[in-house]
Design a protein around this ligand. Sequence first.
Ligand code: GUN
Length: 319
Amino acid sequence: MGTKAELLNGKQYAAAIKEEVAQRVERLKSETGIKPCLVVVRVGADPASEVYVNSKVRTAQDLGITSEHRHMPAETSEDELLAVVLELNEREDVDGILVQLPLPKGINESRILEALDPQKDVDGFHPVNAGRLSQGEPALVPCTPAGIIDMLKRAEVQLSGADAVVVGRSNIVGKPMALLLIRESATVTVCHSRTKDLAGVCSRADLLIAAVGVPGLITADFIKPGAVVIDVGMNQLEDPEEAKGFFPDDQLAKRLRTIEKRGSTLVGDVNAKAAMEKASLFTPVPGGVGLLTVAMLMKNTVEAAIKRRATRGAANSGG
Ligand code: GUN
């Protein structure tokens, strides 16, 4: 069977979002003198987190947003991290706070996330923001699902009335993704590790979103012909034999070279060969959803700055 899916180019959609953010930052500065500020907190030496955080800090700077990287040692205690969060909550110049996950073992993530000022919670992980999203109220929304909705709208994918299936129920992607799709009037099914007949459920989806962290879980029988398939997975594939069934012919040689050189290659939750043969639109890994997440973080930071400073202005002038 020949290749027929069109690729949704995350880099191109992320560039469009970043361009709009840069213009808003510029306007905000010239009209009000406000320069938004993002602080990213990282604890320990997880190599993937280091790459993500560096990308977030660099992108902010590129768009005219002030950014700070607080790197704390792996031995940091929960109380020490909590003290940093509380200090950043109090800082008038800080608009957005992001605590990079995962945190080292022994630190209670929920306790840290719940301590964040919801108005500065640019990840949208605080229960106040999660609750507001579930009630259809304005909120800071988690960046990956928000970026996916933004891209689908720009690509003019019909969401209203679409049968959408989300595989994965995490607080970071699966659950907020489902809520955002409901807001767009899609009919939403959320699947997870206990779902019976996962392939059968997925194969009825007009829009299939995979966010489980299982390399290549989504194979040809999971994909309805012509479906839009969004791959949120970020996994390492090491086995060259497995790679042979994973990639379309035109990508395989390059992927095998990467495995030979680095020991592994970055793949998603979707078998790329199957998606290219059956889907109408497909997000590649890398080059798909990952880039949107960072772009939406910048958008959330500017929105947080505008909203918080407007509220504070109103509170100050209220008499
Ligand atoms: N780790 C993986 N993805 C994310 C994210 O979107 N935000 C934070 N804070 N940590 C992450």
